[in-house]
Design a protein around this ligand. Structure first.
Ligand SMILES: Cc1cc2nc3c(=O)[nH]c(=O)nc-3n(C[C@H](O)[C@H](O)[C@H](O)COP(=O)(O)OP(=O)(O)OC[C@H]3O[C@@H](n4cnc5c(N)ncnc54)[C@H](O)[C@@H]3O)c2cc1C
Length: 595
């Protein structure tokens, strides 16, 4: 894929620009080496994790740490870390691919993700050479385990409001750290923590590398949780902890930026994790449905069950298509930013910052798709889904956290649309001029024709969804101006439209790119998925857009919006029953996720 500046995709650009299949990566393009890494991850879970899930959930002393260390021995902790720090220097998309497979590992997946992501990357990307060479090689091999300490009892979503303080010691050699952190993943055994605190009376956070052995650190017992019970979650107290001045990460006051950029990365990685969990739940669902008989019939033959199986597949396929599309765009951006400057770490993080919209979208869409998938997995299992005998209940409980951590889905929805608005206001994206065109089109009364060819039709629908969003953004910006920030219901609706259309476009692009690679016969169920998903997205966008319109618009603006919504969310009818049945039948025949 070309990575020259001209072709490079900017975060959020999908809203105002047509994307071609050649511009995107699809999972069908993973190469042999990447597949081998994926196979190693699967093997690791099968041999090391799945046989001892109950022991992991019981938090057997030392078990999770030893599993992470074993993963380190296999090189799984260092996939993304440069070779000079004992890693394998693989691309971001390869890390995402590994995260997908390991995402099926229940609590282990959380510990792994935390260590390799928010636990390691602040030091890799923001550390100076001395800090990197001291910590990163050991984090890459599992000799050290990492954690990330941002949240406090009084500072959750409002992360910058933390009370943890750092004061320079009289001899100028240490920062004296005092405060309390909460919900810290890997807190029970992490050796190195990135701790965010304010120096003196600073308004913004700074970041520090804190070692577990520093004097003055104490830990509460493990939190008792609804799910991911095997993952360690602790409160941590810092009482006059002496942190050497050379352990400050980045510059004074740079901590909040570090925290946010690392979270952008964590969010998109969460999108990969949930794909693995979803495929696992689908496999459990179809295998059970292919064994369980009621009314002298396998339950997999019932239309109501086929609906659920197909819908599980469609939402997972949409997540996968979106996540890898965004990951490749990010990889290309990382390549460009890194080649431009001398600070590789910061430049990498700049790329993540540019893709905050996609990262938030993947976090929200992925976590909510997974919630649907695991919920229906329980339902397909009936009473056995509610039993603790199979792992279906574990998948259900473990899924729920994904909507809460790495920024709640509410915060991510707001952040997404805020980011789009800012890019529009700064002229980075031509939001208002494109919105004006959409309004003009509606005013002119001309209805652009929909091409008859399959992909032309789908692409036109997606372009039309964008017009709805652009019109809404322009109308609400003009109506509310500076007070728009207080209209959270409206912002959330617009965010949902954007998330849905990104997923719909990603599905269409993937199927279009896949067909010449795999042949039309192979691609048939994929067209079914595109048909059902785009049809459903049209209805969802129509609902969100109407809710928005009736929440604020009157007179001519309301008339134009109503007309635009009606025109641009109308799609041809789809026999969704038959399409879903064909998707389910392929799944039932293969008895495993095969898409
Ligand atoms: C198992 C687990 C592991 C975690 N691991 C870590 C970790 O390793 N490191 C770390 O630093 N943190 C971690 N966290 C913390 C996590 O990131 C926070 O729980 C999360 O950011 C939400 O903060 P909160 O719990 O204080 O909820 P609150 O911020 O109190 O939110 C409560 C509700 O209000 C909503 N809300 C809040 N503000 C707004 C607003 N402005 N507009 C609209 N709605 C709003 C939220 O969306 C939510 O629905 C973890 C949490 C859990 C449960």
């Amino acid at each position: 894929m070309e990575t020259d500046e001209k072709k490079l995709i900017t975060g959020g650009e999908f809203l105002v620009k047509k994307t071609e299949p050649t511009d995107v990566f699809i999972p069908e393009e993973f190469d042999e080496e990447q597949c081998m890494i994926g196979a190693t991850c699967v093997d690791f879970l099968r041999t090391e994790v799945f046989p001892i899930l109950d022991r992991i959930d019981a938090q057997e002393e030392g078990l999770m740490k030893s599993l992470l260390q074993k993963a380190g021995e296999l090189g799984l902790l260092g996939i993304t870390i440069p070779e000079e720090y004992e890693g394998f220097g693989q691309s971001f998309i390869t890390t995402m691919y590994a995260s997908e497979f390991l995402g099926a590992g229940y609590s282990f997946a959380v510990a792994f993700s935390c260590h390799t992501g928010i636990g390691t990357l602040p030091i890799l990307y923001y550390g100076n050479e001395e800090q990197r060479s001291r910590y990163v090689p050991k984090l890459a091999t599992g000799e050290l385990i990492g954690a990330y300490c941002l949240t406090e009892p009084g500072a959750g979503s409002d992360a910058n409001s933390g009370k943890t303080r750092a004061v320079l010691s009289e001899d100028g050699k240490h920062y004296i750290l005092n405060g309390q952190k909460m919900w810290i993943t890997n807190g029970g055994f992490a050796d190195v923590m990135t701790v965010f605190a304010k120096i003196d009376n600073d308004r913004v956070l700074s970041a520090f590398i804190v070692e577990r052995d520093f004097e003055g650190i104490t830990f509460n017992p493990e939190e008792k949780k609804m799910g991911i019970k095997g993952s360690s979650t602790r409160q941590i107290f810092f009482n006059d902890v002496k942190v050497p001045v050379e352990n400050m990460l980045g510059k004074r006051g740079e901590g909040f930026r570090i925290a946010l950029n690392i979270l952008h990365m964590g969010r998109i990685k969460l999108g990969a994790n949930v794909i693995g969990s979803a495929k696992m739940a689908i496999n459990q669902s179809v295998q059970y449905a292919n064994e369980r008989k009621q009314f002298n019939c396998l339950i997999s033959q019932f239309g109501a069950i086929k609906y659920k199986l197909a819908e599980q597949v469609i939402r997972t396929f949409a997540t996968e298509s979106s996540v890898y599309r965004a990951s490749q765009a990010l990889d290309d951006a990382i390549g460009l930013y890194v080649s431009k400057g001398d600070d590789k770490g910061r430049n990498t993080m700049e790329a993540f910052n540019h893709f905050a919209v996609e990262a938030a979208a993947m976090k929200v869409f992925g976590s909510e798709s997974l919630d649907y998938v695991v919920d229906e997995a329980v339902q397909i299992h009936g009473g056995m889904g509610f039993s603790a005998e199979l792992n279906v209940d574990r998948g259900y409980r473990d899924s729920r956290i994904n909507r809460i951590f790495e920024g709640t889905n509410e915060i991510n929805r707001l952040l997404l649309v805020d980011n789009i608005l800012k890019k529009g206001a700064k002229g980075v994206l031509p939001i208002m001029s494109e919105a004006e065109k959409a309004f003009d089109e509606v005013k002119s009364g001309t209805v652009p024709s929909v091409p008859e060819d399959y992909f032309g039709e789908k692409e036109t629908y997606v372009d039309n969804f964008k017009k709805v969003v652009l019109m809404l953004i322009k109308a609400v910006s003009e109506k509310f101006n500076r007070t728009l920030v207080t209209e959270q219901e409206i912002l959330t609706n617009i965010s949902d439209c954007i998330i849905q259309l990104y997923a719909a476009e990603s599905v269409v692009l993937r199927v279009k790119k896949m067909e010449p690679l795999r042949g039309e016969a192979y691609s048939k169920p994929f067209r079914d998925m595109a048909d059902v998903f785009v049809y459903d997205v049209a209805a969802r966008i129509a609902k969100y857009a109407k809710d928005t319109t009736y929440s604020f618009a009157y007179g001519e603006v309301r008339d134009l919006l109503e007309e635009g919504i009606s025109r641009y969310t109308t799609v041809a009818g789809v026999n969704v029953k038959e399409a879903r049945r064909r998707i389910a039948d392929r799944l039932i025949e293969e008895n495993k996720y095969c898409f």
